[in-house]
Design a protein around this ligand. Structure first.
Ligand SMILES: Cc1cc2nc3c(=O)[nH]c(=O)nc-3n(C[C@H](O)[C@H](O)[C@H](O)COP(=O)(O)O)c2cc1C
Length: 349
């Protein structure tokens, strides 16, 4: 396959990127399988400590010598949070009771992990550093680029793409409204930034002179080909890889994905305090049904962590964040390298 400017710079054969997926799905095995198959695997490292990031990189490098990426949350972290938490604690307490857990307590706001995580990125030197939720400080980006690491930022609007281009990124991930997981929106309201992936890709490619990586709802090779035709130099797929055996999604999560027969996703703040797209379930209905029951990020994320971990262990999808994009009904439970090969075959059909 002919390399675009971006794939050549990344040193990969295929214009196919595994979306970074924080919280467990992007295991070293999944990342290495996608990179080994000629695409670019990426670690969603936002919830990892610097030691865990270094360990993930060691494990990937033991499995493949191909390039891979690391991704962090960059921005939107509150300095402090004074909140009225009674309603939120009440909803999570009901979930805890059903899961046999003791009543939850209000967690403290943990410090922003980004500065320490960035040091781990600099030390481990992945081929690509990507980020979402904002734009890192110019000094930070300069240090990353000085190490020869390419930089990609996430945009959900043309305005955000311009801000990223002004910051000197090497590529822009155009995250369309179909995308699974957190909305990367950092300028304005997320509701005003749910542009369909192909529309957003074409608009950014037209308006900004930085390579575009299309992301959101891309599930098969025909989708990838359409994204490239819309002006993208590569496509980034998340949900498509979630049900692979190498994915770290829990069995209950994978089952819920494979059971979806149509788009049953919603965008909700219920699990983390930040808007994210996932399969609708009982916890979302309960939290959204009670006024004031969702705390801001990262408090809500910390508050629901125990519930989510217990639900995964107990195989209880009603209390899990089941992040998924709108193409979820087309998810395939194939080994990741096999899925990459299928995507390539389908691109020509
Ligand atoms: C489970 C899950 C976790 C995600 N975590 C991250 C993340 O840590 N960082 C990030 O930039 N994007 C994250 N995303 C969003 C993806 O980068 C991408 O925009 C999305 O997966 C594309 O839509 P698709 O899932 O329909 O392919 C996540 C998506 C999912 C489904």
């Amino acid at each position: 396959m002919a390399r675009s400017g971006l794939t050549a710079r990344l040193g990969v054969d295929l214009p196919i990127l595994l979306a970074p997926m924080a919280g467990g799905p992007s295991t070293p095995e999944l990342v290495a399988a996608v990179s080994g198959a000629g695409g670019l695997g990426s670690v969603g490292a936002a919830y990892l400590s610097p030691e865990q990031i270094a360990d993930a990189c060691r494990r990937i490098r033991a499995l493949t010598d191909r390039p891979f990426g690391l991704n962090l949350f960059a921005g939107g972290y509150p300095a402090s949070a004074q909140v009225e938490a009674r309603a939120a604690l009440g909803v999570v307490a009901e979930a805890h009771a059903r899961l046999g857990l003791p009543a939850p307590a209000l967690p403290a706001v943990p410090p922003d992990p980004f500065p320490e995580q960035l040091e781990a990125v600099l030390e481990t030197r992945p081929a690509l550093f990507s980020f979402t939720f904002g734009v890192p400080a110019a000094d930070d980006l300069a240090r990353v680029r000085a190490r020869g690491i390419l930089v990609a930022g996430t945009a959900t609007t043309v305005e955000e793409a311009r801000a990223l281009a002004d910051a000197g990124v090497d590529a822009i991930v155009a995250q369309g409204g179909e995308a699974g997981g957190h909305r990367g929106t950092f300028c304005g309201a997320f509701e005003a930034a749910l542009v369909p992936t192909l529309e957003l890709t074409a608009a950014i490619a037209r308006e900004v002179r930085v390579p575009v990586i299309a992301s959101g709802g891309l599930m098969d090779g025909r989708d990838v080909a359409r994204a490239l035709a819309a002006g993208a130099q590569a496509a980034q797929l998340g949900t498509a890889f979630l049900a692979c055996p190498e994915s770290g999604a829990s069995p209950a999560y994978k089952q819920a994905l494979l059971a979806a027969r149509s788009d049953t996703t919603v965008v909700t703040r219920a699990f983390s305090g930040r808007p994210a797209r996932g399969l609708a379930n009982a916890f979302i209905a309960a939290a959204e049904g009670r006024p004031g029951a969702i705390l801001p990020y990262p408090l809500q994320n910390a508050l629901t962590r125990g519930m989510r971990q217990a639900a995964a262990k107990q195989g209880q999808p009603d209390y899990l964040s089941l992040w998924a994009g709108q193409g979820v009904a087309r998810v395939r439970a194939l080994p990741a390298a096999e899925l990459v090969r299928r995507l390539v075959d389908e691109m020509g059909t």
